[in-house]
Design a protein around this ligand. Structure first.
Ligand code: CU
Length: 253
């Protein structure tokens, strides 16, 4: 009985995650390389808009970096289209980096609360991302996969096959955040993703899958807790943040 439930759950889990084999060499993650997500709910738009106050230097007379990251599942449901726009960057300290981080920004705007990168395959920080094999990079390492911020204004559009707008799986970023860094990884500013528009039922094939829903908590319990590098702050703070993050994730399910 229990084993059959487990088997069904695992089948659903594997069906979800192993949508497409991306296990080329090298395999970098403890959970394998990142897998292409093929059942993203189309039309869900998540946007992270930078705040007016800079985290690194709140009294900066130039004000904060301006801009946003908007992400929407492609109409096919395969991968996520990103639109990145930043301007008013600091005049030194670049090229700047940006990532999807595992946790949302705390209410006080402290960017250390976002902890490490979104890394559901538990790849870690080293070796650095090889952009010609994006499936071997951390899912959240957007500047590693698609280029650092080397201009002002900086505009970039690309499709990432590994991030997801499907709540409940580790690669889901809708309840997470973007953090910008100086080249030395110091955190500059950060913003939460929020759902800026939802799909209206357009008569297309809704890809909701009950096995996906039931298996989701299995992935979610481990994935957001994979926090790596880049200054997680004091262990107490980190533990509380992990706890809070896990609770938040649970509530969002
Ligand atoms: Cu980062």
């Amino acid at each position: 009985m229990y084993s059959s439930i487990l088997a069904v759950s695992l089948t659903g889990l594997l069906g979800l995650v192993a949508a497409q084999n991306t296990n080329v060499n090298p395999v970098t993650g403890i959970q394998g390389n990142a897998t292409t997500v093929e059942n993203n709910p189309p039309g869900m738009v998540y946007t992270a808009t930078l705040p007016t106050t800079e985290f690194f230097n709140p009294s900066d007379p130039r004000g904060n970096v301006k801009g946003s990251v908007a992400a929407v599942a492609s109409s096919s449901g395969i991968g996520v289209d990103f639109q990145v726009s930043f301007s008013n960057l600091p005049t030194s300290g670049g090229p700047f980096l940006y990532h999807i981080h595992a946790f949302p920004v705390a209410a006080d705007g402290n960017c250390t609360s976002t902890l490490g990168h979104l890394d559901p395959f538990i790849r870690g920080e080293t070796p650095g991302c090889n952009s010609s094999l994006p499936q071997t990079c951390q899912v959240g390492d957007l500047s590693g996969k698609y280029g650092k911020i080397t201009s002002d204004p900086f505009l970039a559009t690309y499709t990432d096959d590994f991030a997801s707008t499907l709540p409940g799986i580790g690669a889901f970023f809708g309840n997470r955040s973007i953090t910008l860094h100086f080249a030395n990884t110091t955190r500059l500013t950060c913003a939460n993703f929020t759902l800026s528009s939802a799909a209206t039922s357009s008569g297309g094939s809704s890809s909701s899958n009950s096995s996906a829903t039931t298996s989701a908590p299995l992935t979610q319990t481990s994935a957001p807790l994979q926090v790596t590098g880049l200054g997680a702050g004091s262990s107490t703070t980190a533990s509380l943040a992990v706890l809070f993050g896990a609770m938040t994730v649970a509530l969002l399910l």
